[in-house]
Each structure stands twice: as C-alpha cells, then as structure tokens.
Ligand binder design. Structure first.
Ligand code: ADP
Ligand code: ASP
Ligand code: MG
Length: 422
C-alpha cells in the first residue's frame, strides 16, 4: 500500500485567501492548481476564505440592521462567506473530474471555545478528513469557522482562515502548509505601501509573531502560534504563479545578523487620555478593567509621572471600539475621580522588528531621529526585545513606513554585513 511520504506523495494543506478565490474565474484557476497536485497523488486539504469583500459585505449588512448585532448570529452570518467559496471550489473541481468534498467547520471536526468573533480552536477530530483521503477525495475546507461545545457556529477572527489551515496541518501531521495569497510572500514591509519592500526567503517564528501582532495581516497571529508550537512547515506564496515564497521557520543563528527584518504598521487605532487621575494603587486596574471586561483589546498604555498626586493615563484601542470605549470612560472617569478625558480617533502605529535588535543598541534613537527629521510627532513609544513601536497620526503612517524602511532595510542591505546598527 502507498503511504504518505513514499514515492514523493505528500499530505498538503493549502489555503487560498479572499482575492485568490475572488471570482469564478479565480476559483477555476485555483481548481486547476489543485488538480495538478491531485494528479501527482498527494493527499490534499484546500482551505478557502470567503470571496474577497464578502466578509465585509456581510458585516455591513448586519450593521444596517443593528449597531451591535448579537455575537452568535453575527458569527452565523459571517461563516456563510466560506460556505459559498468552498462549495464553488468543489463544484469547479468536479467539473475537472477531481473528486472533492466541501466541508464546513463542524464537518471538519473543528471544536472551539465560545468566544464569538475570536474563537480559539480547542481540538480537531480528523476522522472525516482521513476517510476522504482513503476515498481519494480532496477535502475543500471552510476557513475561519468552527463550532463550540453546544454546536453553535463560531468564527476565529479576521484573517482566521490562516489559522484554520495551520491547525488542520498540525492535526493531520501534514508535510507542508501553503498559504497562497495575492503577494509573493512575506516582505520587509507591505509591498503596497513601499515599492522597495523585499520578499524574505525565510522568517523566524518570533519575528513573524511580532509582525503579525503589529498589524502585518499576511498571516493571522494565531496561525503563527500554531506553526511554532506544533512545528508546522508554513510556506507563504503567491496563488497567481509558482514562484517560491517565504518559509516561516524556527530561529537560525545567522538570523540575528539582520538588524531589522520588517516594518509593520496599523492605521486604525484610537487613543484615549484620562486626565488628572488620583495616583493611587489600583488606578490602572480600575480604569482599564471595565474596558477589558467589555472585550476591548487595549494595546499601548502609558501612565505619566504624577505631579501633586495626580497623573494622566493614555491608552490605545482599535478604532472600531472607540465609541464603546468612550462610553465606558464617561462612567470610569467619574468613578476614579479623573478631571476628564479626551479621545483621538485617527491614530496609527509603526513598528520595526528584528532579531538583531537583541544585540544592538541605538535602533530606537535612530528611529526617533528619522521621524524627527520628517517632522513626524511621536505620541507614544513601546519596546520589546525585538521590536520598537511608535504611535503617530494615522495620516503619517505611510510616510513613516517608507522612511523607516529606507533607513533600516534599504540602508542595511546597502551597508556591508556586520556594520548594521553601528
Ligand atoms: P488573503 O486574502 O490572501 O488572506 P490578506 O489580505 O489577508 O490576504 O494578506 C495579504 C496582504 O497583506 C497583502 O496583499 C499585503 O498588502 C499585506 N501585507 C502587509 N504587510 C505585508 C508584508 N510585510 N508582507 C506581505 N504582505 C503584507
Ligand atoms: N473571511 C475571513 C476574513 O475576511 C477569514 C479570512 O479571510 O481569513 O477575515
Ligand atoms: Mg488573510
């Protein structure tokens, strides 16, 4: 009997993003690509996202009816995007005489917790997929969705099909997980913002985790966590051609030689400042507790040095959560005895990321100098071992990305090895 791995037969999970399945023409092109692999005898799971724009369209439909749609029903609604694309892809494969079976989250055996809109995968029962392999069928898997213990439909958060793919690859012990998208791989920054962005051949899990958490949406952060934890080989590449993309790999020694491997950014943040808060123990907890309990993710937090027993507390939240956060602040400002609060809706964040920063001082200062030279005002700063982030006006994000890329990535490649960071 043929086993996986013999005669070069592999178990492959592929994921196609929204643009890659954005039209019936694109769906046919994807089916052709899958057919080639099928004819080579590989065992295949093809994860599809919703057709591009569909998840946004569904979200907008719900908000036409309600400003805050019930989370359970919203997930039920959003999951339909992937039901359409997977069924169409299976139909396209059938047209090419490739036996294929589309499966939704519950049919794939994907169990999640009940956090609608950002559910986490808890377990995967692979038996139905294994059965499909035995029947020589291609599994066409709906990305982004699962079911909780009560069989309620859940979704995994925006970009969640990446996580579906890597989690399925882990559960099936696949040889490779290919993330096929509308760019050729992971670049040093978004190639749509900076034309000098360079495709990386490899990137470490740690750097990819940072980039994903700082707004680089080519991979959802949870997918990188899965890849790192379960050792899934992830290859990010174009769905439009066969070129080699970027491998997401465990850290290698020489990776630390590169000072900055990427510039990440977010445009859709908002900033809240609470003024004149009595500087007493428990202040941060009592201010931010209600925000967290509302399920709003607070990103950066800065508390000023206090003067005369009073201080200011500033934090950022996703722009979409600003209205809800302001509502909470109206109450909280009173409870904590603040003199008032202000909100800025158009805030962005730019970050430089690189393993090499561990061993090189001075990156932060260079970053601040470059931004000062561009007259870009830094409103907040945060650092970790391998990244520096600054909060700036949203309108200045693209310009900041380009100058920082030029300084740290363009400049670094031009400089002889070993001199970076001096
Ligand atoms: P998909 O629909 O295939 O999931 P996404 O839109 O989620 O695709 O992610 C791919 C997009 O990520 C690219 O079109 C690109 O604009 C953006 N992107 C941002 N930063 C980067 C980066 N550093 N490398 C590659 N792509 C990036
Ligand atoms: N369709 C979902 C989204 O647009 C999931 C995905 O594309 O990964 O976020
Ligand atoms: Mg995506």
């Amino acid at each position: 009997m043929e086993t996986v791995g013999s005669k070069g037969i592999m178990r492959i999970v592929q994921k196609y993003g929204g643009t890659s399945v954005g039209s019936t023409e694109r769906i046919r092109a994807v089916a052709e690509r899958v057919k080639t692999l099928y004819q080579q005898g590989h065992e295949l799971v093809v994860v599809a996202s919703a057709m591009s724009g569909e998840t946004n369209r569904l979200t907008a439909l719900a908000s036409e009816i309600s400003p805050s749609p019930t989370a359970r029903e919203l997930d039920s609604l959003l999951s339909t995007g992937e039901q359409v694309s997977t069924a169409l892809l299976a139909i396209a494969l059938h047209e090419m005489e490739v036996p294929a079976l589309s499966m939704l989250g519950h049919q794939l055996g994907i169990s999640t917790d009940s956090s609608y809109g950002r559910a986490r995968i808890q377990s995967i029962d692979v038996s139905r997929m294994e059965e499909a392999f035995r029947n020589k069928q291609v599994v066409v898997a709906a990305g982004f969705q699962g079911v909780d213990a009560e069989q309620n439909i859940t979704t995994l958060g925006r970009g969640g099909s990446d996580t579906t793919a890597v989690a399925l690859a882990a559960a099936l012990e696949a040889d490779v997980c290919e993330i096929l998208t509308d760019v050729k791989g992971v670049y040093t920054t978004d190639p749509r913002v900076c034309k000098d962005a360079v495709k990386l051949d490899r990137i470490s899990h740690a750097e990819m985790l940072e980039l994903a958490s700082l707004g680089t949406k080519v991979l959802q952060i949870r997918s990188v966590e899965f890849a790192s934890r379960y050792g899934v080989k992830v290859h990010v590449r174009s769905s439009f051609d066969d070129s080699e993309g970027t491998w997401v790999v465990p850290e290698e020694e020489e990776m630390e030689e590169v000072l900055v491997s990427g510039v990440a950014f977010e445009r859709d943040e908002a900033k809240i400042t609470l003024f004149g808060v009595p500087d007493t123990p428990g202040l941060a907890a009592s201010t931010l507790g209600p925000v967290a309990r509302a399920g709003i993710i607070v990103d950066m937090i800065v508390q000023n040095v206090s003067a005369e027993g009073r201080t200011d507390l500033t934090f950022t939240v996703p722009k979409k959560d600003l209205a809800a956060t302001e509502e909470i602040m109206r109450e909280t400002a009173k409870t904590v005895g603040a003199s008032g609060y202000s909100a800025s809706p158009d805030i962005g964040k730019v970050s430089v990321v690189g393993l090499g920063m561990r061993n090189h001082a001075g990156v932060a200062v260079r970053m601040f100098e470059i931004l000062a030279g561009e007259k870009i005002n830094i409103q907040m700063i945060s650092t970790s071992e391998i990244k520096i982030s600054v909060v700036i006006d949203a309108g200045e994000v693209d310009r900041a990305v380009r100058v920082l890329h030029e300084e740290f990535v363009g400049g670094e490649r031009a400089a002889p090895a070993g001199e970076a960071g001096q």
